[in-house]
Write a protein that binds this ligand. Sequence first.
Ligand code: NAD
Length: 542
Amino acid sequence: MSSIPSVPQPRNEPVHSYAPGSPERADLKSALERMAGERIEIPVIVGGREIRTGDTAEAVMPHAHAHVLATWHQAGEAEVREAIRSSVEAQRDWATWRWEDRLSVFLRAAELLSTKWRATLNAATMLGQSKTAHQAEIDSACELIDFWRFNVAFAERIYGEQPNSSPGVWNRLDYRPLEGFVYAATPFNFTAIAGNLPTAPVMLGNVAVWKPSDKAMYSNYYVMKLLEEAGLPPGVINFVPGDPAAITSQLLDSSELAGIHYTGSTRVFQHLWREVGQKIDRYRGYPRVVGETGGKDFIVAHSSADPEEVATAIVRGGYEYQGQKCSAASRVYISDDRWSEVRERVLAMLETVRVGDVRDFRNFMGAMIDRVSFDKITGYIEDARETDGAEIVGGGVYDDSVGYFINPTLVRVTDPAYRMMHEEIFGPVVAVYVYKASKWAETLRLVDETTPYALTGAVFARERSAVREAFDALRNAAGNFYINDKPTGAVVGEQPFGGGRASGTNDKAGSPLNLYRWLNARTVKETFSPATSYEYPFMGEE
Ligand code: NAD
């Protein structure tokens, strides 16, 4: 076929409501029951081959930690070596596929996820990562579908960007993939991010070795199976669960490393960057290092802000998914003439918030992902209890007997430099600093300078001049900046996501900016009447 095809125009996947009586609720409930009643085995998948190494670990439900969902096999040195070999070999063929053939695999994956696989992937995310039905729907269904459909359209747009040609010449850009494999290291908290990190480079002809998070193995395995069903050829993505430090070190030793696509904590990203730097002379090229990392996301409320709106933003932005979103609001600055109203409203909402097993749809929050996380967050709560100048205003209650549950917690601090105002807690704990209404400009400086992070942030104000001041003063304090809205819930195609400073390389997942990082353009100049003499006219006799 000879044609220049246009890909279907993407539209954001509609979010299903899961309201009582809806068909999607019935589907999801039955998937939850079926999947909770079985115990699966998750292999390593390399070159399309399922490998059971016998060196196993377990995936449990965070909200019922005695319940094992899966036994998963850990890749050892031999499997990692084979994953590198198999991806490099697969790339020889994959990189030569016509772009429309490659991209159609992901359009089919999006379609499968929108229909046949939706309940399975949402149920897996609920059971394994303790998300509510709504939080799973906006992540493992809608966001992942959007990543796949929008990235396909962005790829088409990039391929169409071509240079000018002067008379007698045809200039072209050949958007080659990188030579070698991309290492995708993915976080636990979004199934969509886990699916996007290996697939965004792969759409463009790259190949990936994907190391899923130990804490999201269950849903991530289903993403891999879905991609296989969509027609992804063997070896293009190799699924390699196992010891993060050992696998990473082996992959970063390889001369075939072409890039790292990472999302997770800042500490691990800095370690990866350092390792690549130390090993730089062994790689064929300069590996592309792309990472979205931690946050300490703010809400700053001016004295003209509406207290009801601020309170709602705190509850939704701070506590949904138990505060385990990189974008979760975790430090709040409130003008002293608004604080008591905001406080009352937040506490009134928290009284109605239910925390518990996500299979009970009345719950607004589930459990923390694991014991390490539970211990870390409760450590912050206990520290606040013992610190003068920190007062637990709401919540502060936790219980790990059945699941890793922590109630939404609101802490008022009098010292704006207290650790809760600048360290990432990654749990349902929101710290509030109340400032004097007359100190708006000073407070904006405080927001800007208190933490090394710069991921998301929100300003609430009715006075336009206050919005404008915050807009300018906080220009570099957040990669995603919200005006009168909570700082979470970015949608692919609408609010490209990513932060600067210690929060990452800000390559905006789900946007063309990210895809460019996985391309290595070749410029081609073709001349139709090649020169036949080296001399120029100016050299002629007078
Ligand atoms: P994590 O840092 O524990 O893990 C991230 C990945 O790194 C996982 O695949 C993990 O197995 C791997 N890893 C862990 N230790 C390693 C080591 N020593 N060497 C090599 N690899 C290692 O993060 P997490 O708990 O899965 O996710 C939460 C973190 O991710 C938070 O800091 C959050 O802010 C961040 N996050 C950021 C974004 C964003 O877009 N900026 C999105 C989601 C999550």
